[in-house]
Design a protein around this ligand. Structure first.
Ligand code: PBG
Length: 323
């Protein structure tokens, strides 16, 4: 005898067609932002050991990679720079001939439709690997903000569509907005790394960006993983100061934050599926412990379901090809 059930949710899971019909969340390659690491030189493609499939690339290779990504349907990129020289103040961050600035111009020329986002921070450019000016072991807020404004301006001048400050200094969004407007870049958008946590999941990135702090950590400016209400306050401050888009970072361990931010503010919201999240799936996949393509797609759909409009992910091209 069949059970006397009025509701049988399995009815709508019976075939691929039925499942597709009632699917609530969808992924599109246009929702991905593909991070790229620009280094000096020509013809350089230097693989990152802890991030299989990711490489530092010189400007010519970056342009080729953007072309290939465009072919896969990925239309947005996020640029990080590896300068030829580092110093205490990260001076090369705002060098018009720096790797990011050159890459922006080259991508703009070769692929005019590409959405170019640039990471604004000093950690890749300082000799000590900290996100700002360090005095007596302390990352100083206000003097750092002045340098971030110069860096963002140089990215806008090169032609970036969106500048993305990842430094977590107080007041940088307002200062960057004022700086951009004063220089006539009123249409350059700001995507703020608003709720950025002091996370162990950034480990592999620091190999890729050569930005491991020489001493100490980033807990005096990045957020405490235990805090959720503080994230809402941080996002509210950045919106007040002119953020056009906000970001939650990392993604999977912080889906609750992502949901609350999207639900509370409704602004275009990005989530950064960070290096450690990527490398864990890669490593388990390489060992045969996990089905990598399925784990990749499940991670990305979960981030969308939790409220992300855009997902920054090293899997952008792989996922676009699956789609
Ligand atoms: C800082 C920055 C970091 C990441 C993006 N921007 C590293 C950090 O804060 O130490 C991490 C991204 C990732 O792990 O994929 N410029």
């Amino acid at each position: 005898m069949p059970l006397d059930l009025t509701n049988r949710p399995r009815r709508l899971r019976r075939t691929p067609g039925l499942r597709a019909l009632v699917r609530e969340t969808h992924l599109e390659p246009s929702q991905f932002i593909y991070p790229l690491f620009v280094c000096p030189g020509e013809g350089v493609r230097k693989p990152i050991g802890s991030m299989p499939g990711v490489a530092q690339m010189s400007v010519d290779e970056i342009v080729a990679e953007v072309g290939a990504a465009t072919g896969d349907g990925v239309t947005s990129v996020l640029l990080f720079g590896l300068p030829a020289h580092k110093d205490e103040r990260g001076s090369s961050a705002s060098d018009p001939q720096g790797p990011v600035q050159q890459a922006v111009r080259a991508i703009r020329a070769a692929h005019p439709q590409t959405v170019i986002v640039t990471d604004v921070c000093l950690c890749e450019y300082t000799s000590h690997g900290h996100c700002g000016i360090v005095t007596d072991g302390i990352v100083e807020n206000d003097p750092t903000v002045a340098l971030l404004v110069e860096e963002a301006l140089s990215h806008a001048e090169a032609g970036a569509d969106v500048v993305a400050p990842s430094d977590m200094m107080d007041g940088r969004i307002g200062a960057i907005r004022d700086g951009l407007d004063a220089a006539g870049h009123v249409d350059t958008a700001i995507m703020s790394y608003a709720a950025k946590y002091a996370s162990a999941f950034y480990g592999p990135f620091r190999e890729a960006a050569e930005s491991t702090p020489a001493f100490g950590d980033r807990r005096s400016h990045q957020m405490d993983p235990a805090n959720a209400r503080e994230a809402l306050r941080q996002v509210a401050l950045d919106i007040d100061q002119g953020a056009d888009m906000v970001m939650v970072k990392p993604a999977l361990p912080y889906l609750d934050i992502l949901w609350r931010v999207k639900d509370t503010f409704g602004l275009p919201t990005a989530a950064y599926h960070v290096s450690g999240e990527y490398s864990m799936v890669k490593a388990a996949g390489a060992n045969g412990w996990i089905d990598e393509p399925r784990a990749m797609m499940e991670s990305l759909i979960s981030i969308r379901r939790a409220g992300a409009d855009a997902i920054i992910t090293y899997y952008a091209r792989d996922a676009a090809r699956v789609l």
